[in-house]
Ligand binder design. Structure first.
Ligand code: ADP
Length: 427
């Protein structure tokens, strides 16, 4: 699938998700408002009935204009012409609410219109059948009606309404999970796509890298198979040298691919023994001297560790160093200067490989240890590689229980610092 198609699919997916979610929110809100409206109406009717009942019991035939008023979302006031007995009021309220299926707990307070203070207040939970005296509602808005009145407060009205909206809550949870799975699927698709792109790049790269030395060797052997070549020993030795260099290059490439095969294994079997890190460094530096001479570069060693022994696998330690020095030379534009230093720290050992190369930006530094990652250089591919060297280095350092850090500045160079801890067997 092309990049453009994937982008389009993701865009549509996001629009769909946002659309579905917005609709769900819209409907939930609408359902909530409807439930709330019904609740308010039921309370209104119930309180009006209570007021009428109180008047009937008090044999009061006068009619009260708008006896019920909603003060806030969950607080209502109802006017009566006469004083009220709290327990009578409570039983009337409970009956009316039960009849109207209003099982939300409520608080009621009876006000005295002369002193404008609360005479009595109680909390009633119809379902749990619990009651407790409260005066919490005392700070609520009063009524400027010159009559006796009482207030009813529903502390958990919103919760009660939400409980009543079970089907909406369940459907929202389902929708949430659908969105979660959907997003996860998109994430996996993107990850797989990136991986497959990276793998294709790698295969193309590898084929090219292996093909070039093979063709050069084939051409050289063709020249050497010409019987006249013995008459020109200088030419003969040049071609022999080319074959040697190219087969060396081929060997390095194959080694790298083998390193990658090692990486694919979950855990590599290491042949652990005491290794003198300084010897490994000296040997590796020597191996690079030819190529550095050709590039007019230099390699400087500052081996200050008094105890250079690392408990590890010599071959992998050599590979770690080889990869770092190889990169230091590969990624420098001018004459490469590579500094390798060691020092002991808290019983362990620090190994630093510093170069004066092209360096990396912060963003690039975040990814260089990822498998197959190569700093994008546009269409220019002057430096060859597979993007597995640093991934291998990090994995191997980890297997040696060490740590690797990178400090780099574009155009001024990079420093890789590795810490190998003191081995547990007290070496
Ligand atoms: P490669 O085979 O491409 O060298 P690596 O895993 O060794 O793979 O490195 C990953 C990328 O990190 C390289 O492509 C390069 O862009 C960047 N890099 C590695 N080492 C250095 C360095 N010393 N200086 C600048 N860039 C580096």
């Amino acid at each position: 699938m092309s990049r453009k198609n994937i982008r389009l699919i993701i865009l549509f997916a996001i629009i769909t998700i946002v659309g579905i979610f917005s609709f769900q929110l819209f409907w939930v809100k609408k359902a909530f408002n409807l439930q709330e409206k019904q609740f308010n109406e039921r309370v209104h009717v119930a309180l009006t009935n209570v007021v009428e009942e109180v008047q009937r019991l008090n044999k009061d035939s006068s009619s009260i204009y708008e006896p019920v008023k909603q003060i806030s979302s969950n607080y209502y006031l109802a006017a009566t012409n006469d004083t009220l007995h709290p327990y009578l009021l409570e039983s009337l309220l409970s009956n009316e609410f039960k009849e109207r299926n209003l099982n939300s707990p409520f608080e009621y307070v009876v006000y005295d219109c002369f002193t404008d203070s609360i005479v009595f207040g109680n909390y009633v939970d119809l379902e749990a059948e619990t009651k407790s005296l409260v005066y919490r509602a005392s700070n609520r808005d009063k009524w400027d009606k010159v009559s006796h009145y009482f207030g009813v407060y529903f502390p958990s009205k919103q919760l009660y309404i939400i409980n009543d909206m079970g089907i909406w809550v369940v459907s929202t949870i389902f929708l949430f999970f659908v969105i979660l799975f959907f997003s996860y699927t998109i994430w996996v698709i993107l990850k797989q796509k990136r991986l497959s792109e990276v793998r294709t790049d790698f295969i193309n790269n590898m084929t090219h890298e292996l093909k070039t030395p093979i063709s050069t060797i084939a051409l050289s052997t063709e020249v050497l198979s010409n019987p006249n070549i013995t008459k020109d020993p200088e030419r003969l030795s040049t071609y022999a040298k080319i074959i040697k260099e190219e087969s060396e290059r081929l060997k390095n490439q194959v080694d790298k691919v083998l390193q990658m095969a090692t990486l694919d294994k979950k855990r590599v079997q290491l042949e652990m023994k005491n290794v003198n890190l300084h010897k490994v460094i000296e040997k590796t530096a020597e191996g690079f001297s030819l190529i550095l001479n050709a590039n007019e570069g230099e390699i400087n060693l500052s081996l200050k560790a008094t105890n250079p022994i690392v408990y590890g696998d010599e071959m992998h330690l050599t590979n770690i160093l080889f990869n770092l020095v190889d990169n230091a030379i590969k990624y420098s534009q001018s004459k490469p200067i590579v500094n390798i230093s060691t020092e002991n720290y808290q019983g362990g050992i620090y190994l630093r490989v510093r170069d004066n190369g092209i360096g990396m930006t912060r963003e690039e530094q975040k990814h260089v240890f990822e498998k197959f990652y190569r700093v994008p250089t546009g269409d220019q591919h002057d430096v060859k590689g597979f993007g597995i060297g640093l991934n291998y280095v990090r994995k191997m350092v980890k297997q040696h229980h060490g740590k690797i850090q990178l400090k780099s500045e574009p155009k001024s160079g990079s420093t890789f610092r590795i810490f190998f801890p003191k081995s547990k067997n007290g070496k």
